[in-house]
Design a protein around this ligand. Structure first.
Ligand code: SF4
Length: 334
């Protein structure tokens, strides 16, 4: 299988040049929202980006979607660097890379009917030769996400649908333009627990059926385990561990991944729980530490951690980890 997406040393910085915060901080400061993210994704692959709020996972997604312009690094999609795309080239790229938003209640124009909302991308990307053909495509898309009979949904407005139905409409809209990559940001976090599984199963089935490459962003490791073959854990704008999902979740190497995994409740009350305690002092993204960004919270911090930033290096079983506890290939020594 060939590589579809290659992200190398991706960076996004926001200068703080005015306002209260910079007045307090003094000299010109920069917020490092994404700080050197690198990964590759094969065609048909599925990557889960996990991490706490503010770790940079949504910003990474917006950079890939080119909703934001990177401050540095490269994003190669199907062998082409997309960081500098403009005009029609950018429009063509956006057809190939679609987004499912976290909040379906805000993803659709409340003044548009469902039919009009779904016709919009076909008009923007000039798909379909006539209105009849476009309406047929919309009907097929609604049918694929099991919103039937489709005609009853055409005249409805978003407020007349449930959260689960709305998210299905958003998924149908994303798939209408036949994308190669689908990015979903917390796709079920706003939905009732009772309908989450249905929406996730739908997304998984459609992705497999269409051999879609997918990126799921979530703080929910259970979701990532269910949906993704590769998992990446982000901390303070960088990837601290990445590898096959089962390996990352069942044998977490990085102390931060260990803390995340240990915080997931086990449905079996007989299983002993050993939560990994970490300090709750999070460094600010405009005062990044010189060494490991996790050093102030890490229960296994060493002297070298505060001086030298660990690189993301291959460890074992396809996992790469950024931690001085794991110099490449010597995990057993620890
Ligand atoms: Fe902890 Fe050091 Fe590893 Fe950072 S590099 S996670 S501080 S052991």
């Amino acid at each position: 299988m060939s590589q579809l997406l290659e992200v190398t040393d991706l960076r996004k910085e926001y200068p703080l040049q005015s306002g209260m915060l910079s007045a307090v901080m003094g000299a010109r400061r920069v917020v490092h929202a994404v700080n050197g993210v690198s990964f590759a994704l094969e065609e048909g692959g599925s990557l889960g980006l996990a991490g706490e709020s503010g770790c940079g996972k949504t910003t990474t997604a917006k950079l890939i979607l080119r909703l934001l312009r990177p401050s540095g690094g490269s994003i190669r999609f199907a062998g082409r660097d997309v960081a500098g795309l403009e005009g029609l080239d950018l429009l063509a790229y956006r057809r190939q890379v679609q987004f499912v938003f976290q909040n379906p209640y805000e993803a659709l124009n409340p003044r548009f009917t469902i039919l009009r909302s779904l016709l919009e991308p076909l008009i923007i990307h000039d798909i379909g030769r006539s209105l009849t053909e476009r309406v047929e495509r919309v009907a097929m898309a609604l049918d694929r996400v099991h919103l039937t009979p489709v005609e009853t949904f055409f005249p409805k407005y978003p407020h007349q649908l449930s959260g689960g139905q709305l998210q299905r409409v958003v998924i149908a809209r994303a798939l209408l333009v036949d994308p190669l990559l689908l990015v979903a940001d917390e796709p079920v976090s706003m939905l009732d627990v009772s309908i989450r599984a249905g929406v996730l199963n739908l997304m998984r089935d459609l992705s497999r059926e269409r051999k879609l490459t997918t990126i799921y962003i979530s703080h929910d490791l259970a979701l990532i385990r269910y949906m993704c073959s590769v998992a990446a854990v982000m901390y303070l704008g960088t990837i601290c561990e990445i590898g096959p999902t089962a390996e990352v979740i069942e044998h977490p190497r990085h102390p931060y991944t260990q803390a995340l995994v240990s915080a997931v409740p086990d449905p079996d009350p007989a299983q002993p729980r050993r939560p990994v305690e970490i300090a709750d002092t999070v460094p600010t993204p405009f005062q990044l530490p010189v060494g490991c960004p996790f050093a102030d919270r890490c229960p296994q911090v060493m002297e070298v951690c505060r001086r030298v930033r660990p690189a993301l290096l291959p460890e074992a079983a396809g996992v790469h980890v950024a931690c001085h506890l794991y110099p490449a290939g010597t995990r057993e020594a620890h």
